[in-house]
Write a protein that binds this ligand. Structure first.
Ligand SMILES: [Zn+2]
Length: 83
């Protein structure tokens, strides 16, 4: 076989020729724990929804109410008006 040695495991060769010493190599770059710790933050979160103080419709926090245009008890925008 012409290129047979190319596919032989390097550590297998080192076991054959025992005068060659090999430094220990980690099998995985990251541990399972480290991978899982990183992936705890790879998730979607549910948006926090409050209700409008003026009309009671569900709104996002720190956002103008899309139904009536109120924000913190004041008329912030006029809903339905084109810019
Ligand atoms: Zn509202």
């Amino acid at each position: 076989m012409k290129n047979g040695l190319r596919f032989v495991n390097f550590h297998y060769l080192c076991r054959l020729y025992k005068n060659i010493t090999v430094m220990p190599n980690p099998k995985w770059r990251f541990s399972k724990t480290r991978t899982r710790k990183r992936r705890t933050h790879d998730k979607l979160d549910v948006p926090q929804i409050s209700s409008c103080s003026n009309c009671g419709s569900p709104t996002l926090y720190h956002h103008v109410c899309p139904e009536c245009g109120y924000y913190r008890g004041k008329q912030a925008i006029v809903v339905g008006a084109s810019a």
